[in-house]
Write a protein that binds this ligand. Structure first.
Ligand code: 5AD
Ligand code: SF4
Length: 463
């Protein structure tokens, strides 16, 4: 019998939900006797957890598999083995095609079937296995609870998926097809998982969902809870200091959730609220189900509830039919809102989505130009936002070592990275920090107090 345990290597692409799923798969594999490998070369099983949201996703996966195939052959020559799994949204979208085009792949699993990983893994020894159904059971009910050791090593912040899938059908987006319909996890399962996270030292939880603010989960008494109620319950867990959630749709930003930003100190004053475009005409073509004025109205209400709330967003430039005038509307919206941070993308036609078939696709050169202009505006906004925190006190959650010795990096309530001089032993502490200087992507500060973690207050001006 060999004494060495089998090893796995999971490479994660794409969004935070994939990061979360990879962790849950690692837990499922741990229960099967696998431990993590440092490098793919050392692994008996390599899993690519893929993303299909934007262009060339499938091509990237095929070239990645090409590289792995060489490693697989080398291991086989040395008398070992390497199973290759492709999971996630490309697996869902491509299915059988993956094993046809890349016979080195042993296992293809869509995002809703991860609980079947151990069983499918065993089956794959008899030939490639493809599983892309949307099963009726909830995968989370069948996945083992996270291993405390993995949670502890992951540090003081964690993701927790509470909702998955999307019923909105924006015309550019593959998510409703790759992740399926909106499903919310029951309240009790989420609270239980949160308790485990906190017991393992987690101080900040980010609740995840493709439409997280559409959360509608069953409570123990059968009642249906929205996200605000869930956050309120989580805020009651002792030791959990910070709560965030992402990604939200403007349509689901209800009064209770806006009030939660006013009433719940542990709910951080930061919101990722994608609008995609500032043009009503393009918003309609995107099937976003809201107009630009609706978005302004929501932001106004949020700021009334929580004046210092920092906003983040996603933007797509070059959606089919987008004129210079439409693009100007986006630039105007960006200037008016004043984002603390944002992501912007060139529209990329995704196979099977309605917008991919629209005429009037925007030429690449125009997309490139608009993206550069938008990014420059967003960068200016971010720099302005960061600069405005200089000379103020922010509560910083210390997360990990910084670039230089003696330096640690943490996060402000507004999700800014803050470099401070601190001992590595202070990881997980929330410290009051005086912000000394600001760059485009991070801040530098000096710790002035704290460590008890009772400090939720986002910011106080120093007089
Ligand atoms: N092309 C470009 N960007 C896209 N996104 C989603 N689909 C596409 C697409 N087809 C962007 C949206 C979304 C983010 C996660 O990715 O801005 O909010
Ligand atoms: Fe995609 Fe729109 Fe659903 Fe977001 S809301 S996941 S962009 S379809």
């Amino acid at each position: 019998m060999t004494a060495s345990r089998r090893k796995h290597f999971i490479k994660t692409f794409g969004c935070q939900m994939n990061v979360y799923d990879s962790g849950r798969m690692a837990d499922a594999l741990a229960a099967e006797g696998y431990e993590p490998a440092e490098r793919p070369e050392e692994a008996d099983l390599v899993i690519l957890n893929t993303c299909h949201i934007r262009e060339k996703a499938a091509e990237k996966v095929y070239s990645e598999v090409g590289r792995l195939r060489a490693l697989k052959e080398a291991r086989r020559r040395a008398g070992g083995e390497m199973l290759i799994g492709v999971v996630g949204c490309v697996a869902q979208a491509e299915g059988e095609e993956i094993v046809r085009r890349a016979p080195a792949v042993d296992l293809v699993i869509g995002p809703q079937s991860y609980h079947r990983l151990p069983e499918l893994l065993r089956a794959s020894r008899a030939g490639a296995v493809v599983e892309t159904e949307f099963p009726v059971e909830d995968k989370f009910d069948h996945l083992p609870a996270a291993a405390p050791a993995r949670l502890r090593s992951a540090g003081p912040t964690a993701f927790l998926t509470v909702q998955e899938g999307c019923d909105k059908f924006c015309t550019f987006c593959v998510v409703p097809y790759t992740r399926g319909a909106e499903v919310s996890r029951p309240v009790a399962a989420i609270l239980e998982e949160a308790r485990r996270l906190v017991a393992a030292g987690v101080r900040e939880i980010t609740l995840l969902g493709q439409n997280v603010n559409a959360y509608r989960g069953q409570a123990a008494d059968g009642a249906e809870w929205g996200l605000a109620r869930l956050i309120e319950a989580l805020a009651g867990l002792s030791g959990l200091e910070r709560i965030r959630y992402t990604t939200s749709h403007p349509r689901d930003m209800d009064a209770a959730l806006i009030a939660a930003h006013r009433d719940i100190p542990a709910l951080m004053p930061y919101l990722h609220l994608p609008v995609q475009s500032g043009s009503d005409r393009i918003l309609a073509l995107m099937n976003r189900k809201h107009r630009r004025d609706d978005y302004f109205a929501i932001v106004e209400r949020l700021r009334a509830a929580r004046p210092d709330i920092a906003l983040s967003g996603d933007f797509i430039v070059g959606f089919p039919g987008e004129s210079d005038r439409d693009f100007e509307d986006t630039m105007d919206l960006v200037r008016r809102i004043g984002y603390a941070q944002a992501y912007s993308f060139k529209y990329s036609p995704r196979p099977g989505t309605p917008a991919a078939g629209l005429e009037d696709q925007v030429p690449e050169a125009v997309k490139v130009e608009r993206l550069a202009a938008l990014q420059a505006e967003l960068d200016r906004g971010q720099a302005r936002f960061n600069a405005a925190t200089v000379g103020r006190r922010l509560a910083v959650l210390i997360e990990k070592p910084g670039r230089k010795p003696g330096q640690m990096i943490g996060r402000s309530p507004y999700l800014q990275s803050v470099f401070v001089e601190a001992d590595p032993g202070r990881r997980g502490e929330i410290v009051e920090t005086l912000i000394r200087s600001a760059g485009p992507n991070s801040l530098i500060g000096d710790i002035i107090a704290g460590g008890e973690g009772k400090e939720h207050r986002a910011m106080e001006a120093i007089s």
